[in-house]
Design a protein around this ligand. Structure first.
Ligand SMILES: Nc1ncnc2c1ncn2[C@@H]1O[C@H](COP(=O)(O)OP(=O)(O)OP(=O)(O)O)[C@@H](O)[C@H]1O
Length: 266
């Protein structure tokens, strides 16, 4: 007889879980009773039509927007409702917005150094003596985000894609347990998109990642798990194959059957 224990699928602990989460703007529910969970080390895509509530969900997780009902738990025990935005960052949740917010007149290296320090004032950070271990951390991040050769380049001269990778690197310098990205490949060339996908696969070895994305080719290529939102609610979740087979997704997300050829193929 086979060992039953060996047949059990090992489940990774959940890092973020929402239960019946609702966000209201006046009388309008941007998110309604939304259930979501992501385990440690997963690359999870959040998709859905415009206005589905994806960005509002990220806003609720990082404390930018307060939610009205439901719960949001981080690492099993931390109730995010009780924390301010900076406390949520300190807990280990990093967020990169769509537009890069790098320091354009500083070098790539200095941008990463600033992101690592607690003291965000430019002068003390630049003139303080750097520890060898900090320097090694920055060099490692430069390799990871593919900007080793641009180390001493002023950030404003980087390409659009390179600026996005730099900002991802800056968020990663905080060593988050959960990284949230809003449309990271918007405006990128195909080559840059590919590199970004490869970067996400590397980063998921260090933290869980939620990516809000509209580009279905990219989602299909890199998603481990996908959640589809519609009208502020959970439509379905699963692997990309499961999502592609789901009738409701086809009808609601991509339009009626028969019109699918017009939508970007899922
Ligand atoms: N501050 C706000 N006040 C009022 N309504 C808002 C606010 N923020 C978002 N909404 C509304 O909430 C709904 C969800 O918006 P959200 O930006 O989360 O959608 P989304 O899925 O991210 O869309 P997109 O893919 O277009 O970015 C939309 O109807 C939007 O107009």
């Amino acid at each position: 007889m086979k060992n039953v224990k060996n047949l059990q699928i090992e489940k990774k602990p959940v890092i973020l879980q929402s239960d019946k989460l609702s966000v209201r703007f006046g009388g309008f529910y941007a998110i309604k009773e939304f259930d979501f969970s992501i385990p440690h080390g997963e690359l999870h895509f959040l998709i859905g039509p415009n206005g589905a509530g994806k960005t509002t969900f990220l806003d609720a997780v990082c404390g930018k927007t307060k939610y009205s009902e439901g719960t949001l738990m981080f690492n099993g025990t931390t109730n995010l409702a009780k924390l301010k935005e900076y406390e949520i960052v300190r807990e280990g949740i990093g967020r990169k917005f769509q537009a890069p917010s790098i320091f354009p007149f500083l070098t790539v290296f200095d941008n990463l150094e600033l992101a690592m320090k607690q003291d965000k004032r430019v002068i003390p950070v630049l003139f303080s003596r750097m520890k060898a271990s900090d320097k090694a951390k920055i060099d490692e991040m430069l390799s990871l985000i593919g900007l080793k050769e641009q180390k001493n380049v002023v950030a404003k001269t980087l390409s659009h894609g390179q600026k996005q990778w730099l900002e991802i690197g800056m968020v990663m310098m905080q060593e988050p347990n959960l990284l949230m990205l809003d449309e990271p490949i918007a405006g990128m060339t195909e080559e840059e998109e590919e590199k970004t996908g490869e970067l996400l696969l590397e980063l998921k070895k260090r933290c869980s990642i939620i990516v809000v994305e509209h580009d279905m080719d990219f989602v299909r290529k890199f998603a481990e798990k996908v959640t589809v939102m519609h009208g502020g609610q959970l439509l379905c979740d699963g692997t990309m194959e499961e999502i592609q087979r789901n009738e409701r997704v086809m009808e609601v997300y991509l339009g009626k059957k028969g019109e699918q050829a017009n939508a970007k193929a899922l």
